[in-house]
Design a binder for this molecule. Structure first.
Ligand SMILES: [Zn+2]
Length: 75
């Protein structure tokens, strides 16, 4: 299986309890930016550079809003 096929397979079937993993390649995410005023944060994949936008819901749980390719950086 190719690298892309393998990571796709992992992302589809190997979903773990840990939410802070890349939606694209399942690699651990690093914190890119945190906005405490808006209760939002951006995590970035250390491997493929995909940006993951999180927002805190009313019970204080981080929820993923969207994942953006590095071709479209937030700034
Ligand atoms: Zn990734």
């Amino acid at each position: 299986m190719t690298e892309v096929g393998r990571t796709l397979h992992e992302s589809l079937f190997g979903q773990k309890a840990n939410a802070n993993r890349c939606k694209g390649c399942n690699y651990p995410l690093e914190v890119y930016e945190i906005d405490f005023k808006k209760n939002s944060k951006i995590l970035r994949c250390q491997r493929c550079g995909l940006y993951h936008y999180y927002k805190k819901d009313f019970v204080g749980k981080w929820k993923l809003r969207k994942a953006v390719k590095p071709d479209f950086p937030p700034k």
